[in-house]
Design a protein around this ligand. Structure first.
Ligand code: COA
Ligand code: ZN
Length: 311
């Protein structure tokens, strides 16, 4: 285990309006998406993944990407990024004025085909062109590697393959790589190993961890990632989320639970927990059903809600 001190600054990226809303059964109205992002902009985030510039046939819930980008009020300290799957999406995102691209492809061939309708090599070729476009436009690029810890459509994901795909993008000069546990198959031991390898191999490249809590290991995985030296995390308010093209996908780790845990551990996240809980309650109202967040039910440890104690 690494000797990295488990304190200091940690950086949170909000993904509820992208990973969360893409998989909701009902379309969240554009003005509600804008109002939610505006509420969150002052909450202390490092970045907000506003939307995705995907095909509206593939992801109809985010067909209003341009309108959402145009409608939000930007906070100077926040990076407003968007998911980009191909060149067409990159051109749209650049025109919409996003601060950064989050490119996506899967380490799993089967999931890449299901999600993006391309082979991994076709994705690589398209994304190479996207990186060139971004470079010319002065837009920083992060690459999200889906299914980095397992894929429901394939037997096993080899961690060596994850590093090989990551290296290809690092060699193209990207700013960051996200290791994404798309369907919650990561366990703390596997996370610790892959994070250590990625950090030692990719040097100064920013490594972000993207966990789904599908099997209840989400925050345990965060702790192991912290121990390895990771400081950037994606999370979704209320715990909404999931890829519509990954069987069995469920929500991301909850932003408010992550910020609450990090604060108790002594990390400086810069996050306003009260505003996050307000945001999570808003997300629950927009979804129209209870969200997975346990903190929303129980309240923070220093302000427990009455009736939250069951035993
Ligand atoms: N934005 C808008 N429209 C797009 C687009 C984009 N980025 N990329 C393709 N299209 C349109 C094409 O113009 C075409 O439209 P038409 O049918 O009216 O002519 C249609 O989509 C099909 O284009 P094609 O190039 O054949 O794409 P595809 O159907 O093979 O889909 C993707 C490829 C990548 C665009 C699509 O699979 C996608 O958007 N996937 C995103 C999945 C995702 O976000 N998953 C969750 C996050 S992990
Ligand atoms: Zn995800």
């Amino acid at each position: 285990m690494s000797t990295t001190p488990v304190t200091g600054r940690a950086y949170l990226n909000e993904v509820v309006t992208r990973d969360g809303f893409q998989s909701e059964p009902r379309f969240i109205p554009t003005e509600d998406k804008i109002a939610l992002i505006d509420l969150l902009s002052g909450a202390g985030y490092h970045a907000i993944e506003v939307t995705s510039f995907t095909s509206p046939k593939a992801i109809p819930m985010l067909a209003d990407a341009e309108a959402v980008m145009a409608g939000i009020t930007r906070h100077p300290a926040v990076e407003y990024m968007a998911l980009v799957p191909n060149l067409r999406g990159a051109e749209r995102a650049a025109r919409a004025g996003v601060d950064a691209f989050n490119l996506v492809m899967s380490v799993s061939e089967a999931h890449n085909q299901a999600n993006l309708r391309m082979s991994r090599n076709q994705s690589l070729q398209q994304l190479q062109e996207v990186i060139r476009l971004a470079e010319n436009a002065g837009i920083p690029v992060n690459v999200s590697l889906s299914t980095s810890f397992g894929c429901p459509l394939e037997d096993r994901i080899d961690p060596g393959e994850v590093l090989t795909w990551g290296q290809r993008f690092v060699d193209m000069g990207v700013r960051g790589i996200s290791l994404c546990d798309t369907t919650g198959m990561a366990d703390p031991a596997a996370v610790g190993r892959l994070c250590q390898q990625a950090l030692s191999r990719f040097g100064d490249v920013e490594i972000t961890l993207h966990f789904h809590n599908t099997r209840g290991m989400g925050l345990a995985n965060v702790v192991t990632a912290l121990q390895a030296g990771i400081r950037h995390f994606d999370a979704s308010l209320g715990g909404l989320g999931g890829c519509p093209y990954a069987p069995g996908a469920t929500g991301n780790i909850c932003t408010e639970e992550l910020a609450h845990m990090l604060a108790l551990m002594g990390f400086d996240t810069g996050m306003d927990l009260g505003r996050l809980l307000e945001g999570a309650a808003r997300v629950e109202a927009l979804a129209g059903r209870p969200v997975p967040s346990q903190l929303l039910r129980a309240g923070p440890v220093d302000q427990p809600r009455q009736g939250a104690c069951n035993g």
